[in-house]
Design a binder for this molecule. Structure first.
Ligand code: SF4
Length: 128
């Protein structure tokens, strides 16, 4: 996708984000549809020994006072400062991309900026 002529010519930001976000091995295995669903990039989210509001609402955020070098500088909250795991999605949000979904009730078009909820707004599924 990063080297597709239309992406390179019309959306160079997207091409750059894809190339910067992962090695060729990872890019060859990843899917565009999987990027918006990438799991939370926070080590405390995946370790049940630590408090995590995103995993268990109301338990606290271990990253606020712990190791948080890769966490959010902007856009976090008092409940969670996790960042999104996908560089590609950041570019897609900047380009006002639309996510098309199909479910039991039909199809939906969701602006990517509304596809993800802000930290602290709601619980998400358990880490896999
Ligand atoms: S930053 Fe978010 S995901 Fe990480 S420990 Fe805090 S609440 Fe959990």
């Amino acid at each position: 996708m990063a080297y597709h002529p239309l992406v390179e010519s019309r959306y160079p930001l997207l091409a750059q984000a894809i190339l910067a976000g992962a090695s060729p091995q990872l890019r060859n295995m990843a899917t565009v549809g999987g990027q918006p669903d990438a799991r939370t990039r926070c080590p405390y989210f995946r370790d049940a020994a630590f408090a995590c509001n995103k995993r268990e609402p109301g338990t606290g955020c271990s990253a606020l006072e712990g190791y948080n070098r890769s966490h959010a500088v902007l856009g976090g909250s008092e409940a969670c400062i996790a960042t999104h795991a996908s560089d590609m999605c950041v570019a897609l949000a900047a380009l006002d991309a639309i996510v098309f979904t199909v479910g039991p009730d039909g199809t939906r078009q969701i602006p990517l900026r509304n596809f993800h909820q802000l930290p602290g707004e709601t619980r998400t599924s358990k880490p896999s």
